[in-house]
Write a protein that binds this ligand. Structure first.
Ligand SMILES: [Zn+2]
Ligand SMILES: [Zn+2]
Ligand SMILES: [Zn+2]
Length: 254
């Protein structure tokens, strides 16, 4: 299995428009962070998690030729608003795109993208087959088992996903003990770490480290960084040995 971090920045991206802080003005390419998304490739099956505003650019820079399915963690704009750009995959495959989301997120998608889900959609509109998932029930995509992990994003119940030895959780603030058990045993954990200061709906850097210490994967990669946190270089020095700051277009084999 191969995992590609397509984007590792929070909702405003890094650099943030109009900001000349140390992180935003860094010349290190690893400090250029598009909105959070990842792609999991097993054999020839590509599964993308979240389709944010940078989806088109992410597909182009990673030369992605096919996407078999899209998993949506939650309905915040930075995780869904690139949906219109799935059209080239529809044109190339001649098929609908399979999109998986929990019920509330699916309702939100239908509302935000009315033109896609209308009965007589405009020709050329994205073609989507929406699958509503139960956050407590595993499902399969082309024989690949996907286990949703329910986490709290402030007061919003959202999902992460475990695929084999890899678990991807973004936008979490708290994770219940029973959901922690579902993550346990993962070799690699991707987890959000927003900034140092307390935030109502995101793990801080310290809280994310504590989650990793509790679950004890072999390695962890942090993502969904804000410009308030630190430069990539500073994070690399500061984080414990088995925790790495992810960066855009990072590829890992599991
Ligand atoms: Zn900044
Ligand atoms: Zn969010
Ligand atoms: Zn987010």
């Amino acid at each position: 299995m191969k995992v590609t971090f397509l984007g590792t920045g929070t909702s405003s991206g890094i650099p943030m428009i109009g900001c000349d802080c140390k992180v935003c003005s860094s010349t290190n390419p690893k400090d250029k962070r598009l909105r959070t998304s990842a792609m999991i490739s097993v054999n020839d099956v590509n599964i993308v998690i979240d389709v944010g505003p940078d989806f088109r650019q992410q597909m182009l820079s990673n030369q992605v030729k096919n996407v078999d399915a899209i998993l949506i963690t939650h309905e915040h704009n930075d995780h869904i608003i690139g949906m219109d750009d799935i059209r080239p995959f529809n044109f190339n495959s001649g098929k609908q795109m399979d999109v998986y989301a929990i019920e509330r997120t699916a309702i939100e998608l239908k509302d935000r993208f009315k033109y896609i889900f209308r009965n007589e959609a405009y020709p050329g509109a994205p073609q989507i087959r929406l699958h509503i998932i139960d956050p407590q029930v595993s499902f399969e995509i082309s024989g690949i088992k996907i286990t949703p992990i329910e986490v709290m994003h402030g007061r919003l119940r959202i999902v992460g996903f475990r695929i084999g030895d890899f678990t991807y959780v973004t936008d979490a603030k708290t994770i219940s003990l029973s959901e922690m058990e579902k993550i346990r045993g993962s070799k690699v954990l991707a987890l959000n770490a927003l900034r140092r200061k307390e935030h109502h709906s995101h793990l801080t850097l310290q809280q994310a480290i504590e989650v990793v210490q509790e679950i004890q994967p072999d390695t962890a990669y942090f993502t969904h960084f804000s410009h308030w946190l630190a430069t990539h270089e500073e994070l690399e020095t500061e984080l414990p040995n088995n925790i790495f700051p992810a960066f855009d277009n990072l590829n890992i084999e599991i």
